[in-house]
Design a protein around this ligand. Structure first.
Ligand code: PLP
Length: 390
């Protein structure tokens, strides 16, 4: 394999999505945040298990309509929607607009009125919550996301033509454990119902994914059970969530080959084909992407095969930048040139957030199947019908 491959295990995704759905109370509506990975195969696989999709641009809306032409409820979010995007949402009949500012609400009102239609709205609110330890906090401090509570209250009092406000949307952090996510959900629900009389609340995504330990998955059963209390207190409330990463991270693998092994000033480096221009996740999050090594047994070259010795190894890609690091110095089994390395948890915020044109290497191939099928040679990369977003 001299060209890296993205492998999507759709059976694993089906099992995972079904387990998430089963762990949630039936009253909780589950949307998938497409921004995590909009690959068509993933959207089609998820469709039977979710109540709809969260799109954050007109492009995502178009892609959803192309991929799943039968109606699949979409909500439209995003902190800076152009008039064209709002109009695209109106034309597509999006289920809910997540409105991020008073100005956006007024523009949407004018556009909906001109189109002789009604826009169904949730106001995105930036509520203060105590979120110590969360990976990426987007609420409670100054942010461009959503409105401060008093602005949302003012918006809710406006009687704008073409606008029907149903409640509140909030996405306040990512990297939340189940108890923390449930606590945040409760805080949002309490505020939305008491302050705005909301009949609907979307508490966002942000469920934690632990890249240091793939087995430590978000406790959906605990989350589902913790949501029972706010649901019981508000029997008429529609409660919605829109996770992305915790849904699709696990079904994706980025599989590549070791080109070279080097020892520089006391440190080992393994250089693989591809790099962070294909898998930006470790650069974006500053972590080591977890990986498995598949040693190659048929070396067959007349020259010696370089191999790491004692001590940690840094796994890097082919880019001419010291930032092209897939795994920081990690203790690992020896790695030799020609070995195959499969990076796990590459199903979310991976290929689709990567700076793929930097250095103009070939893109990876995209395959559907299991890691066993790929590493045993049952799947020959590049021979299946093309899949994925290219
Ligand atoms: C508004 C909104 N909803 C949902 C998500 C999905 O978050 P995650 O993938 O962490 O679950 C994001 C991610 O940034 C977001 O901004």
């Amino acid at each position: 394999m001299n060209r890296p491959t993205y492998l999507y295990d759709l059976d694993a995704l089906t099992t995972h999505a079904a387990a998430i759905r089963a762990a949630l109370p039936s009253r909780v509506e589950l949307l998938y945040a497409m921004k995590a990975n909009p690959a068509p195969e993933l959207l089609r696989t998820l469709a039977p298990h979710v109540d709809g999709f969260e799109a954050a641009s007109a492009g995502e809306l178009r892609h959803l309509a192309r991929t799943l032409p039968r109606v699949h409820p979409a909500v439209l979010g995003g902190p800076g929607k152009t008039d064209a995007e709002l109009n695209a949402g109106l034309a597509a009949g999006v289920h809910r607009f997540h409105v991020e500012s008073p100005h956006e609400l007024r523009r949407l009102s004018a556009l909906a009125t001109a189109a002789d239609t009604v826009a169904n709205v949730l106001l995105r609110v930036n509520l203060p919550v105590d979120l110590e330890g969360a990976a990426l906090i987007m609420g409670g401090a100054a942010t461009p996301f959503g409105m401060d509570p008093e602005q949302a209250r003012d918006c809710a009092r406006l009687d704008l033509p073409g606008i029907r406000i149903h409640g509140v949307h909030a996405h306040l952090a990512s990297g939340l454990t189940a108890p923390a996510a449930a606590m945040v959900a409760r805080r949002i629900v309490d505020w939305a119902v008491s302050q705005l009389g909301a009949s609907e609340v979307n508490v966002g995504g942000g469920m934690a994914v632990d890249y240091t330990n793939p087995a430590n998955i978000f406790d959906w059963a605990r989350y589902g059970s913790d949501l029972q209390a706010p649901l019981a207190e508000h029997p008429e409330l529609v409660l919605r969530i829109e996770p992305g990463r915790a849904v699709t991270a696990y079904c994706g693998w980025y599989v590549t080959e070791v080109i070279d092994v080097k020892f520089s000033r006391g440190e080992w480096f393994a250089v693989v084909a591809g790099g962070t221009h294909h898998l930006r996740t470790p650069a974006a999050k500053g972590h080591s992407q977890p990986f498995l090594i598949f040693p190659r047994t048929d070396w067959g070259h007349p020259y010696p095969r370089p191999r790491t010795g004692h001590g940690p190894v840094t796994i890097v890609g082919q880019l001419c930048t010291p930032k092209d690091i897939l795994a920081r110095p990690v203790e690992t089994d020896p790695i030799s040139a020609g070995d195959v390395i499969a990076f796990a948890m590459a199903g979310a915020y991976a290929w689709n957030i990567s700076h793929r044109d930097f250095l103009m290497h070939d893109p990876p191939t995209f395959e559907v199947g299991t890691l066993g099928e790929l590493t045993s040679g049952k799947i020959q990369p590049g021979t299946q019908a093309p899949v994925g977003i290219t």
